[in-house]
Ligand binder design. Structure first.
Ligand code: ATP
Length: 498
């Protein structure tokens, strides 16, 4: 059990008992506030956060049970222990139904009271952790391995190892699609907060008021549509990491609030006077030059210095020698092949949309390819147009010979040899994404194949071929699954007979 002091609220009308309990718990090192009525307790709960509260059941005015109800209605988060001189099973059951976590009868030994308060505090922490995990799981994306061994990316990896363990705020700068979120997750993974929540928000994707309520939370009725109290992402990320994407888009009016949390961890929900304290590591990202934003008055200078304690600049993909090749190998796994000409066109391209654009181009090519071989025909025009047709010399020597020879493509580019890609397993099956995308557009077009083909930018014949391929693959998978089930059933029967 943890030995940390408990932030405790004691509500007891009997003066002597209240004072004895409070003194005893304080001597044990706990942080105790003792009051004599439910009304006082409710007022305090509006201002302060308590981990555990002990309510006497029988008090003049508001009883302990009524106070429990009011606390519950106001959605005040704390663990409540009910204390009574006339303990009956019925009252214990009603107290638990109203949300009390424990029930003690008077007289009770002070040591017991402390023990029960500690259990309640631990339970509260577990509940909070559970809420945080749920929030994180629902927002979490599958972890993406960091691909790229170019000198530029090796330097980034070296910096992640240095920056990760410090717990200091980090500012990630780089063009869109360079992998700022992937890097933020890698930093979190290399920090001591790796098992704590990783929560993300994209400031550019939300209107101003929503950004504020997402980040700081709100109380019921604080604005139209605020139908219940809601914790903000800072509370959800408490003890962990908050990734603020597109921080340059954070409205000027909200910037002082962010600065305050960064300075001393204090914040308030919208519509609340209650001061909360959080301990959150901030990783912010931007594709703007924030120093220019500061000069132009769009971003506060003091906030810029606060979030820019450690900064990391992510190089664009065109400056990462060898990374395009490695990304292709990672995302295109057998049975997929890419021929040398298409491969080289991808390597030569400048990638204004960086890694995100490359992944999209590969996904598109897999939809368009007639077979499992990707050729120049399957690449977008801007990539093919810019390609000078030259192959690196080893490829030029080998392209026209042997069983991998492919006829010159219809657009007159260099002959292409099938270029087997690495057998390294990828986490993402691009063919599944392609199938899902085509089926999605088909459903949106109510099964109309002509319109679907037009929206996909492919010929109708091509769409028919794709659908046939998906169906054939699905049948193969279904057969394989049926076989597995069949043998499992057989296995079970066999097992049952013994
Ligand atoms: N080094 C990398 N290895 C593997 N995948 C990567 C890498 N960098 C980026 N990606 C992938 O590229 C896509 C874009 O990455 P991410 O969202 O992290 O970029 P970003 O810089 O945050 O973009 P934006 O500024 O538009 O928010 C994602 O699908 C991500 O998984």
């Amino acid at each position: 059990m943890s030995e940390k002091p408990i932030k405790l609220l004691l509500v007891e009308d009997e003066h002597d008992f209240r004072e004895t309990c409070a003194r005893w718990m304080q001597r044990k090192g706990h942080n105790v506030t003792a009051v004599s009525s439910g009304a006082e307790a409710l007022g305090l709960c509006e201002q302060e956060v308590f981990e555990v509260a002990v309510f006497d059941m029988n008090m003049p005015g508001m009883s302990g049970m009524e106070l429990l109800q009011r606390v519950h209605q106001a959605k005040i988060e704390m663990e409540v222990i009910i204390l009574t001189g006339q303990g009956t099973i019925e009252s214990a059951v009603s107290a638990m139904k109203l949300g009390a976590c424990d029930y003690l009868t008077k007289p009770c030994a002070l040591g017991d009271l402390e023990h029960h308060c500690q259990l309640a505090r631990d339970l509260g922490r577990l509940r909070k952790e559970n809420r945080q995990l749920k929030a994180v799981i629902s927002r979490d994306r599958p972890r993406v391995p960091l691909i790229g061994k170019s000198p530029a990316m090796s330097e980034v990896t070296r910096m992640i190892e240095k920056i990760g363990p410090t717990d200091k705020p980090v500012l990630l700068q780089g063009e869109s699609g360079t992998g700022k979120e992937v890097i933020a997750r890698s930093i979190q993974q290399s920090s001591r907060l790796r098992d704590q929540p990783f929560v993300t928000i994209n400031c550019a994707a939300l209107p101003e008021q929503l950004v504020e309520s997402e980040l700081f939370g709100h109380t019921k009725g604080s604005f139209t549509g605020a139908t219940a109290d809601k914790p903000g992402l800072f509370e959800i990320a408490d003890g962990g990491t908050l990734f603020i994407d597109e921080v340059g888009e954070l409205p000027l009016t909200l910037q002082p609030k962010l600065l305050r949390v960064l300075e001393d961890g204090s914040m308030r929900r919208i519509g609340s006077h209650k001061e909360l304290h959080v301990n959150v590591r901030i990783i912010a990202a931007t594709n703007r030059d924030l120093s220019i934003e500061v000069r132009e008055g769009h971003f506060r200078e003091d906030l810029f210095y606060r979030i820019n304690v450690l900064s990391l600049h992510l190089p664009p993909l065109r400056d990462r020698v060898g990374d395009v090749d490695e990304l292709i190998r990672h995302y295109l796994t057998p049975p997929w092949h890419i021929d040398d000409a298409a491969h080289h066109a991808l390597v030569q391209y400048q990638w204004p949309g960086n890694v995100r654009q490359l992944i999209n181009v590969l996904q598109r090519a897999m939809i368009l390819a007639d077979s499992n071989d990707i050729t120049l025909d399957d690449l977008p025009e801007e990539i093919v147009t810019g390609f000078d047709g030259s192959l690196p010399s080893p490829m030029r020597q080998h392209a026209p010979v042997g069983p991998t020879y492919a006829a010159p493509s219809s657009n007159g580019h260099a002959p292409a040899a099938a270029h087997p890609v690495s057998a390294e397993p990828a986490n993402v099956k691009l063919d599944d994404i392609a199938r899902a995308h085509v089926m999605d557009v088909l459903a949106q077009e109510n099964g109309n194949k002509a319109r679907t083909a037009r929206r996909l930018g492919i010929h109708r014949r091509k769409l028919y071929r794709l659908l046939e391929r998906f169906e054939a693959n699905a049948n193969t998978e279904a057969n394989a699954e049926a076989e597995t089930n069949h043998s499992e059933v057989e296995g079970n029967t066999h097992f049952g007979q013994h």
